[in-house]
Design a protein around this ligand. Structure first.
Ligand SMILES: [Zn+2]
Length: 74
């Protein structure tokens, strides 16, 4: 686990990144390695660009369900 984190850190430091969005502890960057870097505080996750749409849709749906809990009937 620690070795993996160290390798991740060195990998990301070599990447040429371009900030797409930042909000508090949340940072999203496109990257020269072809992946999208999602940073949540101390943790960075790399996902395929094609998965960003799915992630975004999932988050939007979650937010909508939070704002309108009655629309999600159980
Ligand atoms: Zn990268």
């Amino acid at each position: 686990m620690m070795n993996h984190e160290t390798r991740l850190e060195s990998d990301t430091s070599r990447c040429r990144r371009h900030m797409l969005a930042k909000n508090g502890p949340f940072l999203v960057e496109s990257c020269g390695c072809g992946m999208v870097h999602l940073t949540f505080g101390f943790m960075t996750v790399r996902i395929a660009p094609g998965a960003v749409d799915a992630l975004c849709a999932t988050l939007l749906e979650a937010v909508q369900n939070l704002e309108r809990p009655r629309a999600h009937a159980h």
